[in-house]
Design a binder for this molecule. Structure first.
Ligand code: NAI
Length: 273
């Protein structure tokens, strides 16, 4: 049902590791919608993941870049505009990793070197992407830059540990840089996505319970990654030109729901046991 929504648009998509990745689904859909783009991921992900397969499916070149390295990002932006034949219209930052979460460290027992890494990879890298793009002047007017967040930025979710702080910083960067980039008519937003079954998602202790809880507490249910991809494309399209500096909830209603019938039934069943 493609409608050429992104025909003529050029972009960079960070963070496709495997078929489950939100960035993977976004790339496939962006290709169907007529966009041309470069795929990027950390060098280690290029070795271990399946991004080359995706590159073939989307007719997209793959360029390695550690998103914490400004040098890598400069190289990526320069090469991408060369390959794509002009300035960039959209960027997806779909990057997140916390060594503390991976190793099951609780919020009261964080390793601070790892905490630095969490912030650098999951949040400061977004600032680096934005600053590099602005300094190199590679963004087209009415361009759109999107990163992915989670509601732990606003509410406490114990197992999310230092990723919650990273997401709060990420959302703040979108506001701060969105105000700045508006001078060049570039918009900057974050999408706060439901729990999603991906490599990053499943790295969180108790992810399945977490996932089911959110699903029951979302009137529409958890938003699937394919739907997240569609939402991302809408933000890359010309239909959302004046949406900027926002954290946009894509969560089936979770963030504004008190309780659902489904959750009431679950609680009643548990009481009867
Ligand atoms: P994923 O594991 O498929 O994607 C994470 C990506 O980050 C991977 O491709 C990984 O290689 C990349 N990455 C890690 N370190 C990097 C570095 N130094 N440089 C460049 N890339 C690096 O998982 P998913 O779920 O698709 O994650 C995408 C985004 O969505 C992340 O920001 C995540 O926090 C966010 N998100 C995920 C949710 C979930 O439940 N899965 C919920 C809400 C937001």
């Amino acid at each position: 049902m493609a409608t050429n929504l992104l025909k003529g648009k050029r972009g960079i998509i960070f963070g496709a590791l495997n078929e489950e990745s939100i960035a993977w689904k976004t790339a496939l859909m962006a290709h169907e919608e007529g966009a041309e783009f470069v795929l990027s991921n950390a060098p280690i992900a290029l070795r271990m993941g399946k991004i080359k397969e995706l590159g073939e499916a989307c007719n997209a070149e793959v360029i390695a870049a550690d998103a914490t390295s400004v040098e890598d990002l400069e190289n990526l932006f320069n090469k991408a505009s060369e390959i794509l034949g002009g300035k960039i219209d959209f960027v997806l930052h779909s990057i997140g990793m916390s060594p503390n979460v991976r190793k099951g460290k609780t919020y009261g027992d964080l390793n601070y070197d790892w905490f630095h890494k969490t912030l650098d990879i999951s949040a400061m890298s977004f600032h680096k992407v934005l600053q590099t793009a602005e300094k190199l002047d590679v963004m087209n007017e009415w361009g759109s830059i999107v990163a992915l967040s989670y509601i732990a930025a606003q509410r406490s979710f114990s197992h999310y540990a230092d990723m919650a702080d990273a997401k709060a910083l990420l959302e703040s960067v979108a506001r701060g840089y969105g105000a700045r980039f508006a001078a060049k008519k570039v918009r900057v937003n974050t999408i706060s996505q439901s729990p999603t079954v991906t490599t990053a998602g499943q790295g969180i202790t108790g992810f399945d319970d977490f996932f089911n809880f959110a699903d029951q507490l979302s009137p529409l249910g958890n938003a699937p990654s394919e739907e997240c991809a569609k939402y991302i494309l809408s933000l890359f399209s010309d239909y959302t030109r004046y949406v900027t500096m926002q954290n946009l909830m894509h969560d089936g209603g979770f963030s504004t729901c008190g309780i659902t019938e489904e959750m009431m039934e679950t609680l009643a069943k548990a009481r009867q046991k």
